[in-house]
Write a protein that binds this ligand. Structure first.
Ligand code: BGC
Ligand code: ZN
Length: 359
């Protein structure tokens, strides 16, 4: 079968190769891959600043946003049948307290693995094998939009973190800000609108295509080339109760504690593999955080419950804003064109590798 792999920590090493088709055991499921989405993490892996091959192998098969169809089931499989459509979870546990409690997204020791990212092959191959407990069944009505479920799960977890830390007080959030309008930013804006919040998005552009998506959602957009992030609450005449940071930039992440309002919560999600250093107004940051009872919480990966909520929310978004999710998928390439696909990411919202396109 075809597979797409990199030599981790080597810039632009991606290539397509031939691999043996996987065999599956009694407790495993064989999945035929239809689509795989690419994201900023894949980009960082391609740039050689993130990613790790399994054990002592040289190559890492990439791809962690998958959508496929069950093609074979081992004798012990109970909940899945041939023909079911599935999305696979990304992280696999180690033996820490959290992993043993079924929350490897909260792994304590850091010896977890992640398919397509850290120490375990991903889904960018024609087939993969996985245990039932890491597969999430998706309804047929969702169609190929199910390929958005993994990034949706990451957004779901970020929002869940915001609401769960805020249980420390009486709290009725009204206004949320999402920094970054990549696929994750747009998805997060959708989920926050679905929860009835007013939403602001910010990025460094006035992209017309995204502007249409945002206005359909009823999101207010600001271009931070034209207005300083710090001036937005005053411009809105309202305080910001939740910020979800998804630009991929630590510069923006470092600004968020200055922008968040009283009793507000900031959720950081950007994966920044570099080693940038900047100067910060730490007295101001500290003073605001203390006087305003602010919380900053980091959020990575997702729990199974976030995938499950994600399935429901994708269905709800599809019903409330028909055609909107489709607009997030702006490019698709056959596996042979992985180089082109990665290079096209900056001009796209979501780029897919589509195994059904014959080269
Ligand atoms: C993936 C997560 C993963 C994170 C860190 C993200 O792109 O969606 O599942 O935990 O990268 O490796
Ligand atoms: Zn762990």
């Amino acid at each position: 079968m075809k597979a797409i792999a990199v030599v981790p920590k080597t810039k632009n090493s991606v290539s397509i190769l031939d691999m043996a088709n996987p065999n599956f055991k009694e407790n495993e499921v064989l999945v035929k891959v239809n689509l795989v989405g690419l994201d900023g993490t894949d980009k960082e892996i391609d740039e050689g600043i993130y990613g790790e091959a399994p054990g002592d192998e040289r190559l890492l098969v990439i791809g962690h946003e998958s959508f496929g169809e069950v093609e074979g089931t081992g004798g012990n499989i109970k909940s899945l049948n041939i023909g079911d459509r599935v999305v696979a979870m990304v992280r696999r546990p180690d033996d820490c307290l959290n992993c043993l409690a079924g929350e490897s997204d909260m792994c304590l020791k850091g010896n977890y693995t992640e398919r397509g990212i850290k120490g375990r092959h991903g889904y960018l191959s024609e087939y993969y094998v996985e245990e039932e407990k890491y597969l999430v069944k998706v309804p047929h009505e969702l169609g190929e939009l199910a390929v958005l479920l993994e990034p949706v799960s990451v957004a779901e977890k970020a929002i869940r973190m915001a609401f769960s830390v805020q249980k420390r007080m009486a709290w009725e959030p009204k206004l949320a800000m999402v920094t970054g309008t990549g696929s994750l930013g747009l998805i997060t804006a959708m989920l926050l609108r679905l929860r009835g919040l007013d939403v602001i998005s910010v990025d460094r552009s006035d992209d017309e295509y995204k502007a249409k998506i945002l206005s359909q959602l009823g999101v207010t957009h600001f271009n931070t080339k034209k207005i300083n992030l710090r001036d937005i609450p005053e411009k809105m005449g309202r305080q910001i109760d939740i910020i979800i940071e998804e630009t991929g930039s630590s510069n923006v992440a470092a600004e968020t504690p200055i922008v968040i309002g009283t009793n507000g919560v900031v959720v950081l999600t950007s994966i920044t593999g570099g080693d940038k250093k900047i100067e910060r107004p730490v007295d101001l940051v500290n003073l605001k955080m203390v006087l305003q009872n602010n919380t900053i919480v980091g959020s990575v990966n997702a729990h199974r419950q976030d995938f499950e909520r994600g399935v429901n929310d994708l269905m709800a978004v599809k019903e409330r804003w028909p055609g909107l999710l489709e607009k997030l998928i702006t490019a698709r390439y056959p596996p042979e064109d992985i180089r082109k696909a990665l290079d096209s990411m900056s001009e796209n919202i979501k780029v897919l590798i589509d195994f059904s396109i014959k080269n």
